[in-house]
Design a protein around this ligand. Structure first.
Ligand code: AMP
Ligand code: MG
Length: 431
């Protein structure tokens, strides 16, 4: 590494060396400001591909989806019963009708229901000509000669699904940018689409940095740890729908790091690393990054996860996450995951936030945004309550495993009394 590399580091950012004990650092960027800066720097991409609809779950629609047909395509019965003309319903008392035909779902023969008659009809069967109303079979009395008796409690038009009542021909069913869910796959099938144009998955290359890291299967010497970040990153990237490129572990060696950054940027839309960017870590990581790309070295007013490097490495977006395992997960959840979604869809996702009463007092000083790993549950009265999921150190990854949510304590919060409501970001759809 050249001396000039070190000179090219943004002196301003290196001068900002807040201690982890500080609650407030004046130069720190708020979580919201970091999100805004990332969003402003990400240009949503437009790489598309066509996939079978079964492979489209979790993918982002690349085009507006316009319906080529009406759904349902024909006016049909919503129940098993008897179709008739609404004008023939009895105003009061009971009336008897001959049953002149039967229509089944998929039935194609032209059936006519004349005045004063009814037609036996099954759920989904096309309405006979002349009928606009269906009485469900449980509400009729079948008489000996095969006719039915119907009483006065029915409405004209009941139990009929109109053609196009779900989807009209030519209507926009989904807008480009939609993240496709299970119901959407079914809706696409109901329109007759076998394949659909979606955005290409973002290709994300990632590696861990640190001389102390050993790969699984290797024995641990004194002072060494297994590289867990690469596995949590692999899992979170996979959950985010990324196409992942695992570049392994790179030691704290300037040449090896420079080669790895370069290689990663060459194969991916986004590069994510962990470790090596924290205060106290060798400054050469910053020097190399500053040389290879346009980088911001941020101190974010959040806990855990305050150091974050964000920028551009060649054509790739770059996120240099902290090394501590919990900080990796939180910075991913707050910044990388949403940025990937934005890159692919042009939509910055808003997480679901719910309110719950804190079961205990939560101590906090104003200054940083704190993300407390916590357990959301129901109390005996069925109300949502939340309590910390044990020790909150940024190296204690089991706190993330135990937790089913984060308690969000914004910058200006100065503590929470037991019983007070707090904002909670659930991880899971199950308690
Ligand atoms: P660093 O940001 O590189 O100073 O790392 C901060 C802390 O995170 C140190 O205790 C590292 O040992 C730990 N750490 C860094 N990378 C990893 C990793 N890939 N897996 C587990 N722990 C890590
Ligand atoms: Mg390190």
């Amino acid at each position: 590494m050249q001396a000039s590399d070190v000179m090219s580091i943004d002196r301003e950012s290196l001068a900002t060396r807040p201690s982890c004990a500080d609650a407030r650092d004046d130069d720190a960027l708020s979580v919201a400001a970091a999100r805004d800066a990332i969003r402003a720097a990400v240009q949503p991409f437009a790489h598309d591909e066509i996939v079978p609809i079964r492979a489209a779950l979790g993918r982002v629609l690349a085009v507006d989806c316009i319906s080529p047909i009406a759904v349902p395509s024909h006016t049909n019965s919503a129940v098993d019963g008897y179709a008739l003309a609404g004008v023939d319903l009895p105003g009061d008392g009971v009336r008897e009708y001959p049953v002149v035909a039967t229509v089944m779902a998929g039935g194609r023969e032209a059936v006519v229901c004349g005045a004063g008659q009814c037609v036996r009809i099954m759920t989904g069967a096309p309405m006979p000509a002349g009928a606009d109303t269906v009485v469900m079979q449980e509400h009729v009395e079948v008489v000996d000669d095969g006719g039915v008796r119907i009483d006065a409690r029915h409405r004209v038009g009941q139990n009929v699904r109109q053609a196009g009542e779900d989807i009209a021909v030519g209507s926009r069913v989904f807008a480009a940018g939609r993240l496709l869910r299970a119901a959407d796959i079914g809706v696409l099938a109901s329109l007759g689409f076998g394949e659909i144009r979606v955005r290409r998955r973002p290709r994300v290359a990632f590696f861990s940095t640190g001389d102390e890291l050993r790969s699984i299967g290797e024995p641990l010497a004194e002072g060494e740890i297994y590289d867990s970040n690469r596995y949590t990153l692999y899992a979170m990237l996979t959950e985010s729908g990324a196409d992942v490129v695992d570049l392994g572990v790179v030691g704290d060696d300037p040449e090896a790091l420079a080669r790895a950054f370069h290689a990663a940027a060459g194969v991916a839309d986004v590069v994510v690393t962990s470790g090596g960017v924290s205060v106290g870590e060798a400054d050469y990581t910053k020097a190399i990054l500053a040389r290879l790309g346009q980088m911001s070295f941020w101190t974010i007013a959040m806990k855990p996860g305050r150091p974050l490097t964000f920028g551009r490495l060649g054509d790739a977006l770059f996120f240099g996450l902290p090394g501590n395992p919990v900080a990796v997960m939180l910075t991913f959840q707050q910044f990388v995951g949403p940025a990937l979604r934005y890159l692919v869809s042009g939509v910055w996702p808003e997480p679901l936030i719910v309110r719950a009463a804190s079961a205990v007092e939560l101590k906090k000083r104003p200054g940083r945004f704190e993300f407390l790993r916590a357990i959301l549950e129901r109390d005996v009265d069925g109300r949502l309550t939340v309590r910390p999921a044990g020790a909150q150190g940024s190296g204690i990854l089991t706190s993330m495993s135990r937790a089913n949510c984060l308690v969000l304590l914004p910058e200006d919060c100065d503590g929470v009394r037991a019983g007070e409501p707090v904002d909670v970001q659930p991880f899971a759809t199950e308690l």
